[in-house]
Design a protein. Structure first.
Lengths: 485, 332
């Protein structure tokens, strides 16, 4: 797969025969055994392997679940509970699958943030990054489709919100929406096509993962210094180690640590990442008080709801949809937005601070997504009471009060006078979740569209090490005083 | 290690997000004072309590609430309240068989001439449903549909604690008063008899300052809740009391109204094992039963979990040492 010359030598008669016909063993050997890998990769680089495990886990458990699942509006909810109760170890398989989605996203976010920090999207790895973005997009689609299948309240009403977004697209929106739902509303036909697509997309992900690994093996791994491994034989030997056993063992350790966290959720808190309302069977006539997506989609949900204003002829709803899809689309062009030649933020002191701000913004957007947008974060003043009544001329008038007693007295006096009067709350001004989400959304886009493009031209980076080998030795010098020679 | 710090920060963020979801207008649910036996990674259900809870369900809840995900056989399966190692097949368990046989159900299969007969339930049947369908259930309950209780502990924030709080959380007698209201009767037209006053002539008022659960914390609820006819106030029920509140609308009490009147009164059931049937005891037992019913495999889940965790931790330690041994000669 890479420019690195193959060192594979078939030893048995069969492997020699096979190698001249389909060099698949050579491919595996060159890619996963002998592949030269920078020797300074830290634990952030183990998430690629962790993600491969996540994908395989989801596919394997998903195939078994599909054997027992009934994709109908009348049968779906009960069939999921039947899996939990009557299928041998069905509870384990389903909990792994449901929590596995959360673990998959946890790992993919860490993997992406690692790429952002160490500049892994920069030349010559643009295609590698874009393929990763494609995987992320497919994952979001798959997760959304899968969340609909248990046919709980959040499944149904979440699907309503998401398909409603597509309906906001001008001209073609309604047709696409009807095509997705398989009819004018969400029903049996929707659950059947969502099931079909939920089974299809993971295999598309697997296909793109193969391309992703291929695109990784052409330029080779980036590393924490962002300095490329040297290409000459001597330099390559000093900068890299063969993938096996050095990184197979390190990845294996990290994967098992990750599995411990995974297992803690599956065995001890299997429902904590989900929403209780999804254990209520879907009922189109009862809308949950707060419709929220799964935690991993909350930041994007917050961006969607942050847009509460129209711009010119474009109304707020469509703008929200544009902002939400734009926040993902912008990742695809990131390699050309970041103008800095230096990959790793280790040597970009100013960009580094903006980067950590970006991570915090992402987490806070998740908080906004989970909260009611109108809830105050910082209240400014007390709520007041407004008495609305009809005055002597029969016109509607209002009086505002701080205290309840005088307000009630005034209302009662109006009523005694034969007029209508009611008390309502006038909310005090406050800094609300929607305001925080607006600020964070602005920062999210500014980070990609303003900060990274301008900073790359203006920032003075620190000196990068001459090579990975030098950087590694530098670490060692700092850790222990150099021995006298 | 940087890495672990980040992972823990990430998990912390998830916890924040998850708890943010739990916000609502009701009082935070709590369990019995002594806590739940099933809590924690090693906690297991108190099976005697689950057994008593089944009795409460049968004698109290089952007259309105169905449990369509449960079959009688589940009671005698491993992890179930009446599991008996002598009868590995729950369908042979005489206790379970007798529980089933006590209920008469309409056979789902037609008889020889094509009619549907009533027959005693078998262990393979699902719990007898109180109503043939949702419309019948609504008609019998003033328009409200009693929810199916199969997964109720998973379907409510707070789980078993929510059930416990709701069952014990109704206002006590001293907080409730009934007053006559002056009915506005139109003066009868000449030659007609006086019309009977329309609507109810009394209203039920609740004084939240006399509700024990609301007296904690800084809030003082000065005012009166007017209970709608056929509805009952409970501070643990999700909802909004503002419309029924006579008082400062900014300080309406938490909770909401539900169509289920208070069900548990001291001695409502006579426990077969002689336990005193206080309201708290019955609420705890039925919450334990519903906790089991929501996930009958939960004890298996925790015991499998322990084995899996031990295996994974040992594997991680072995891999850690292998990793260091393999890398010992490489600067990195």
């Amino acid at each position: 797969m890479s420019g690195h010359p193959s060192t594979y030598e078939p030893k048995t008669g069969f492997t020699k025969w096979l190698d001249s016909r389909l060099p698949i063993v050579r491919l595996a050997y060159d890619s996963f055994v002998d592949f030269p890998t920078p020797k300074n990769l830290n634990y952030w680089w183990t998430f690629g392997g962790i993600l491969a495990v996540c994908l395989m886990t989801q596919i394997l458990t998903g195939v078994v679940l599909a054997m027992h699942y009934t994709p109908t509006v009348d049968g779906a909810f009960a069939s999921v509970e039947r899996i939990m109760r009557d299928v041998p170890y069905g509870w384990l398989i389903r909990y792994i699958h449901a929590n596995g989605a959360s673990m998959f996203f946890l790992a993919v976010y860490i993997h992406m943030v690692r790429g952002l920090y160490y500049g892994s999207y920069k030349a010559p790895r643009e295609v590698l990054w874009i393929l990763g973005c494609v995987i992320f997009l497919l994952m979001m689609g798959t997760a959304f489709l899968g969340y609909v299948l248990p046919w709980g309240q959040m499944s149904y009403h979440g699907a309503n919100v998401i398909t409603g977004l597509i309906g906001a697209v001008p001209v073609v929106g309604d047709s696409i929406k009807a095509w997705l739902m398989g009819g004018p509303s969400i029903g049996n036909q929707t659950i059947q096509r969502f099931f079909s697509l939920h089974y299809l997309l993971p295999f598309m992900i697997a296909g793109v993962v193969i391309l992703h690994i291929w695109a990784l093996h052409v330029p080779g791994n980036n590393n924490p210094t962002g300095v490329e491994a040297r290409k000459d034989k001597e330099g390559l030997k000093k900068d890299t180690v063969p993938f096996h056993p050095y990184y197979t063992i390190k990845d294996a350790f990290a994967i098992v640590v990750f599995l411990i966290i995974f297992a803690a959720f599956v065995f001890y808190a299997p429902n904590v990442l989900g929403h209780a309302d999804n254990y209520i069977e879907a009922n189109p006539l009862v809308t949950p008080a707060h419709i929220v997506p799964e935690w991993y989609l909350l930041p994007f949900y917050a961006i969607l709801r942050a847009i509460t204003f129209n711009i010119g002829p474009i109304d707020a709803k469509l703008l929200g949809v544009i902002a939400m899809f734009g926040s993902i689309a912008i990742l695809f062009v990131l390699p050309w937005l970041d103008t800095s030649k230096v990959r790793s933020m280790r040597y970009r002191p100013i960009a580094r601070q903006f980067f950590f701000g970006f991570v915090v913004a992402g987490l806070l957007l998740g908080w906004c997504g989970a909260s009611n947008p109108d809830d105050p974060i910082i209240p400014m003043g007390e709520d007041q009471l407004v008495v609305t009544y009809t005055d002597a001329n029969g016109l509607q008038a209002t009086q505002t009060y701080e205290e309840y007693e005088p307000a009630a007295e005034f209302r009662d006096s109006r009523i005694e006078a034969g007029q209508e009067a009611t008390i309502a709350i006038k909310k005090a001004p406050a800094f609300r979740f929607v305001h925080l989400a607006q600020i964070l959304t602005l920062y999210y886009f500014a980070y990609f569209l303003v900060i990274l493009p301008l900073l790359g031209l203006r920032e003075k980076p620190k000196d990068e090490p001459a090579s990975i080998h030098k950087a590694v030795l530098g670490n060692k010098d700092r850790a222990a005083p150099a021995p006298a020679e | 290690m940087n890495f672990l710090r980040f992972v823990s920060a990430g998990l912390g963020a998830i916890a924040v997000v998850a708890s943010a979801n739990a916000a609502g207008g009701a009082l935070h649910a709590h369990g019995p004072e002594e806590g739940w036996a099933f809590e924690g990674p090693l906690g297991q259900l108190d099976m005697e309590s689950v057994q008593r809870g089944y009795q409460v369900y049968r004698e109290v809840c089952a007259s309105c609430h169905s449990m369509r995900m449960l079959s009688y056989r589940n009671l005698g399966e491993p992890g179930g309240p009446f599991y008996d190692p002598e009868y590995p097949n729950a369908n042979d368990n005489p206790l379970v068989k007798s529980f089933a046989a006590m209920d008469e159900i309409l056979d789902t299969e037609p008889n020889d001439v094509g009619d549907y007969d009533y027959r005693p339930a078998r262990t393979s049947d699902t719990f007898k449903a109180p109503y043939p369908n949702a419309n019948a259930a609504r008609a019998a309950n003033g328009g409200a549909l009693p929810p199916d209780l199969s997964v109720i502990t998973k379907a409510r924030h707070g789980g078993a604690s929510y059930i416990y709080s709701l069952m014990t959380g109704y206002p006590s007698e001293e907080a409730i008063s009934t007053v006559e209201i002056e009915a506005e009767v139109e003066a009868p037209a000449e030659g007609e008899e006086a019309a009977a006053p329309a609507g109810p002539t009394t209203e039920t008022l609740i004084d939240p300052s006399r509700i024990e659960a609301l007296s904690h914390g800084d809030h003082h609820y000065e005012g009166t809740l007017v209970q709608p006819v056929g509805q009952y106030y409970n501070p643990y029920m999700a909802g909004d009391t503002t419309a029924q509140w006579r008082g400062d609308p900014r300080h309406a009490p938490p909770g909401g109204f539900l169509a289920m009147p208070p069900q548990l009164t001291d001695g409502r059931v006579s426990y077969l094992d002689g336990t005193e049937a206080t309201v708290e005891q019955m609420a705890k037992d039925v919450a334990n039963f519903l906790q089991w019913a929501g996930e009958p495999k939960q004890s298996q889940r925790k015991s499998t979990g322990l084995a899996a965790m031990i295996y994974l931790v040992i594997l991680a330690v072995l891999l850690w040492f292998s990793f260091h041994r393999i890398w010992r000669k490489v600067d990195h």
